[in-house]
Design a protein around this ligand. Sequence first.
Ligand SMILES: [Zn+2]
Length: 58
Amino acid sequence: MHRVCPQCKSDNVIGDFLMISGSWTCLDCDYRGSFVLEMDDPDYAEFLREEEEHNRGV
Ligand SMILES: [Zn+2]
């Protein structure tokens, strides 16, 4: 299971469950919130491939 930042699409997201908020924090862009994208491994691999193609301008 990957948790992906909705803002910068990084999976460098950590849970914040020791605090009452129960929110997520992205280490790459400082996104903070209760919503993150959740993907299984195959979905995430597909997601990365699409992102890469997008960035390449295909
Ligand atoms: Zn982020």
